[in-house]
Design a protein around this ligand. Structure first.
Ligand code: H2U
Ligand code: ZN
Length: 352
């Protein structure tokens, strides 16, 4: 079947990273919506919030007081999901009741002392400072002998479970490689074994030559709505150079990463003129002291909003039981995102 005849009819697409299929139903975008209507919190206007547990000088839930930090601030999560002191233990009853202890470390990184700044509103040099902290954290955590995977992720907006609007992200570092990075790693390795090339280098080349799903790019990075996207405005951020982890980026590439992070998040905010909610995270090669040459550094953005700031996608029914599904095509999502201006809607009359 040709691409054009596929566009209007139900079809499934293959995700080569997870080796799973997604169902695309483009004809369903016209259906009426009488379901939940979301209320998205407007961006905070206060530079400092006395009740925020992440603002400089304030007390956190555990009673510790934050320093008067001036740029970024990293601390051990007071409610860590993983603990470094977890003792080794294993259960295996007939291969059916199987469990293993899982030691780990959880940290929180505040991006800025300002309560009201988020990545799209920060300056490139402020974002660059965050990138340097992400790299340093990876370097520091990969020296811990039992750590094999480091996940940096950001939940933005209450809709995605963020507990606080103060700009921040989390790091969870643990002793085993979790499900999704493990799946991706084996896909990278299988592809390189077969094609003698990198899966995402080849994919990026294809996307840049077709230019149907590219949202934005610079000399170091490109953001595409992947061919197999599940979430309405899901994107994949790819480094143009083949590398496995953020600390391998040159100084120039770090500037370019700051630029592309700003570009994509400005477009997200401009889409519905709101503080666009998403979960995003970087996939870096496992930190298990193996080289993993097939792994390609990238980031995923998973935003839940569908057709407006008030209608979101839910993963229910068929998606929980059978396969993920989407209505608007990745091509139309990419077209809408790429046509948006690169100036944040709150900065139209000049930065605040
Ligand atoms: P989220 O907004 O993505 O939930 O991240 C905030 C994290 O901050 C969350 O994991 C931690 C929570 O455990 N936290 C502290 O470590 N100290 C506090 O005083 C409150 C929240
Ligand atoms: Zn704050």
């Amino acid at each position: 079947m040709s691409h054009s005849s596929l566009e209007q009819s139900p079809h499934r697409r293959y995700n080569p990273l997870t080796r799973e299929w997604v169902l695309i139903s483009p004809h369903r975008t016209q259906r009426p919506w009488q379901g939940t209507v979301e209320k998205i919190a407007s961006p905070s206007e206060a530079r400092y919030d006395p009740s925020c547990y992440l603002c400089p000088g304030n007390e956190r839930a555990g009673g510790v007081r934050n320093p008067n930090y001036k740029s970024t601030f990293t601390f051990e999560n007071d409610f860590s999901a993983l603990l470094p002191t977890t003792q080794n233990a294993e259960i295996n009853e007939e291969g059916l009741l199987v469990a293993q202890s899982e030691p780990g470390l959880c940290r929180v990184i505040c991006f800025s002392p300002r309560h009201d700044l988020t990545i799209p509103l920060m300056s490139p040099s402020e974002i660059r400072e965050v990138i340097d902290v992400w790299s340093e954290q990876y370097r520091e955590l990969e020296k811990v002998p039992w750590i094999r995977h480091i996940q940096i992720f950001e939940n933005r907006g209450a809709l995605m479970g963020a507990s606080n609007p103060h700009p921040h992200c989390q790091i969870w570092a643990n002793a085993t490689i979790p499900n999704i990075p493990e799946r991706e790693l084996s896909s990278f390795e299988a592809y390189t074994g077969r094609e003698k090339n990198c899966l995402l280098c080849d994919y990026l080349k294809l996307e840049l030559s077709k230019n149907e799903r590219v949202v934005c790019q610079n000399d170091g990075f490109a953001v595409v709505v992947p061919y197999w996207a599940v979430w309405p405005f899901e994107t994949l951020l790819l480094s143009k150079r083949h590398l496995g982890a953020m600390h391998e980026l040159s100084a120039d590439e770090r500037e370019l990463l700051a630029d592309i992070l700003k570009q994509i998040t400005i477009r997200y905010d401009n889409l519905f003129e709101t503080a666009f909610p998403y979960s995003m995270g970087f996939h870096q090669r496992p930190s298990d002291r193996q080289p993993h040459p097939a792994f390609h550094f990238h980031a995923h953005y998973y935003p839940p909003l569908l057709r407006s700031a008030t209608v979101r996608k839910f993963m229910v029914g068929y998606e929980l039981l059978a396969s993920p599904q989407r209505d608007i095509t990745p091509e139309s999502a990419a077209e809408r995102l790429s046509k948006l201006t690169g100036i944040h809607y709150l900065h139209r009359n000049g930065p605040t």
